[in-house]
Design a protein around this ligand. Structure first.
Ligand SMILES: [Zn+2]
Length: 79
């Protein structure tokens, strides 16, 4: 039988608990960023009038619905 002192047992328990919380946090952040990236995939911002619009076509330079200027497909980021 393995003999472990109470303080060492508490230390091991705390370490395992913190590792589980850290892993859950990392998984949650990874899933959140993935969801956010997926939701902004077709979202564009016009460089001229700053209108945010959604374009689901695969055109290289989508046209802004408000001012009609052509925009590049840059990734839209949330601040
Ligand atoms: Zn525009």
């Amino acid at each position: 039988m393995i003999q472990v002192s109470l303080s060492r047992l508490l230390y091991i328990y705390l370490l395992v608990f913190l590792a589980a919380v850290f892993c859950a946090w990392i998984c949650y952040e990874w899933r959140r960023k993935r969801r956010e990236k997926f939701s902004l995939r077709h979202r564009l911002r016009c460089v001229i009038c700053a209108l945010e619009f959604e374009d689901r076509t695969e055109t290289l330079l989508p046209r802004c619905p408000r001012c009609g200027s052509l925009n590049e497909r840059d990734r839209l980021r949330i601040i």
